[in-house]
Design a binder for this molecule. Structure first.
Ligand SMILES: O=C(c1ccccc1)c1ccc(-c2nc3ccccc3n2[C@H](C(=O)NC2CCCCC2)C2CCCCC2)cc1
Length: 233
């Protein structure tokens, strides 16, 4: 049986990532807001663009705290943020959806999202992802590391020095692997399941522009930041 131990350096790395993640978590209030009232497709779209805009700003701050990120080539820093922003938004949405709520609230939240204006065809893949994230019952260290690993994906479009990104992503993967073994001793496949979610995220990322433009309303307005990040308008 492999004796798994997290070294002092790995614990320090994890602390930096988790502290940055907690400092830069956008307020959970989107779930509360959605539970409070029903909104029109237009109001929901506005809420989404507001939430997503602040989440991108928060994501940039979190990313700047990833050890070594600011030493990467500047164009590559932009390429990594641009390439991971939608996935980070879905990962954060999944974590918001899966958070512990009083009985029946998750069902109401799901209903509100189903009726928010997103076109029908994307509901199944989106909620399948949310539920598969929920089933993992991730601790915050796992959530924070998974977000950092998503950002540090070497094969994003336009990344020039992929090896430099791999050198940053690998220690994160190793810490997460050890953490999974220690946290879920009965589930040797847990780490593999976690990484499998990143593959599912890429498929969601794949049709994000279509999800946005098919939002059941006309003249979708985006903030300049979202136009950059979401490749729309
Ligand atoms: O179609 C979507 C899209 C957007 C951009 C790119 C690609 C797809 C697309 C994208 C997220 C969600 C989505 N899934 C959620 C799960 C739980 C709670 C809220 C959720 N949301 C939206 C939201 O505010 N997300 C926040 C969460 C914090 C981090 C920033 C984002 C609201 C917006 C008001 C109406 C109802 C859903 C629902 C739909």
């Amino acid at each position: 049986k492999e004796k798994v131990e997290i070294t002092k350096a790995q614990r320090a790395l994890m602390k930096v990532i988790v502290d940055a993640y907690n400092r830069h978590k956008i307020p959970q209030d989107v779930a509360k807001k959605l539970l409070q009232d029903q909104y029109s497709a237009e109001e929901n779209f506005l809420l989404l663009t507001e939430m997503a805009t602040s989440q991108v700003q928060v994501l940039v701050e979190f990313t700047k705290n990833i050890p070594g990120f600011l030493s990467l080539n500047h164009e590559d820093q932009i390429a990594l943020l641009k390439g991971s922003a939608v996935e980070a938004m879905f990962l954060r949405s999944a974590q918001v959806f899966s958070q512990k709520m009083p009985n029946g609230h998750t069902e109401v939240l799901e209903e509100r999202i189903r009726k928010s204006g997103i076109s029908e065809e994307f509901m199944t893949p989106m909620f399948n992802f949310y539920k598969s994230i929920g089933e993992l019952h991730m601790i915050e260290e796992e959530q924070a590391l998974l977000t950092a690993i998503t950002i540090l994906t070497p094969d994003r479009p336009f990344v020039k020095d992929q090896q430099a990104v791999e050198r940053l992503q690998e220690p994160m993967l190793e810490v997460l692997r050890k953490l999974c073994v220690l946290q879920h001793p009965q589930e040797p496949q847990y780490f593999a399941r976690l990484l499998g979610r990143l593959t599912e995220l890429r498929t969601l990322n794949h049709y994000h522009a279509e999800m946005l433009t098919s939002w059941r309303m006309n003249d979708h307005k985006f903030t300049p930041l979202l136009c950059e990040i979401w490749d729309v308008q």
